[in-house]
Design a protein around this ligand. Sequence first.
Ligand code: ATP
Ligand code: MG
Ligand code: MG
Length: 383
Amino acid sequence: MWNSPRIGVLGGGQLGRMLMESANRHNIQMNILDVENAPAKQISAHDNHVVGSFNDHESVHKLAEISDILTTEIEHVNTFALEEVASEVQVEPSWRAIRIIQNKFEQKNYLSKHRIPMGNYSEVVDNTPEQLANIGQLLGYPFMLKSKTLAYDGRGNYPVKSEADIPAALEILKNRPLYAEKWVYFKKELAVMVVKTKDNVLSYPTVETIGEDSICKLVYAPARGVSGVVDEKAQELARNAVSAFEGKGVFGVEMFLCEDDSVLLCEIASRVHNSGHYTIEGCGLSQFDSHIRAILDLPIPPRSLELRQPSIMLNIVGGATPDAHLKVAELALSIPNTSIHMYSKGAGRPGRKMGHLTVTASTMHEAETIIQPLINLVDDIRA
Ligand code: ATP
Ligand code: MG
Ligand code: MG
């Protein structure tokens, strides 16, 4: 289409795969750094993928040599390697943004300096029962003990309901750098995908996310029962939070909606995000299209981020047997207005994201009716 720069992506899981789908449609070469036959590599037959790890210095350098611009599909990458190659290739978003965001405690410190509303939190300096008991006094019970780093799908979190839980919490998270968050009594969890371009910060609509066992299960776009004022407040918070960081691309912002309709930040991801998958069918431009356009300075008409139809996204997570998740995809084949996205990760494991599906309809009520049998089946196949 045009003489596009080559994009190198650290990570080739499902997010990389959906970035690749978009790159393919735009006629853009995308080089993936990940294990052999990673989901993103499977749908792009060229010789410029790199076999290795996004944590490995040498592999990141190798990817940089054959790419013009680097980006990531995961925040747990080697930002020191990215810092080194930043003089040779463009890195988007900036390695500085990724370095701050990948440590949830540093992320909170940074965003509170930028006046982003969030619940109270406190650093755990040494992982001792005495220190946690002090934090219990300070924040009250329950509080959420969290790993500062390498957290995903709630792995790294432990709800401490009372002082009696402290030994178990420390046992589970013992060797990790920790901090604690005051419990937030939210009525809903909200999320907004934000697109940071060279001269603008745009947002997709506010969606409602529902988790189960700390893994995202459902996303309702738009968020149900939320006023226009709250929708605007959440989008503004999300844009403000993302504006604090350097670089371009899509960011996912998770938030809590409290009983009094105040909105607090939960966390930011410096990448495309599970809560934005609905944009593939729901919006003119998907989050993956927007990420690619943002990092390449291509036009993003703001109206293309508006929701065209109410949409519900359901994650297809590994169930009780290695192929239990396939039953969901099979049922989805016969359900109208349902798009299936399978990630080709091989055998399913309980809690592993194997695919997702999105239902669109002219009203949210209709979408809810259409998706119900699929939700029932997802509940049935759970381990
Ligand atoms: P992700 O897969 O989204 O990256 P994560 O492992 O980084 O997950 P968080 O997003 O911090 O974990 O927390 C997971 C979930 O735990 C939240 O979506 C929310 O439901 C709950 N949670 C987190 N922090 C708190 C809190 N301070 N108070 C109450 N619930 C919380
Ligand atoms: Mg997280
Ligand atoms: Mg989260």
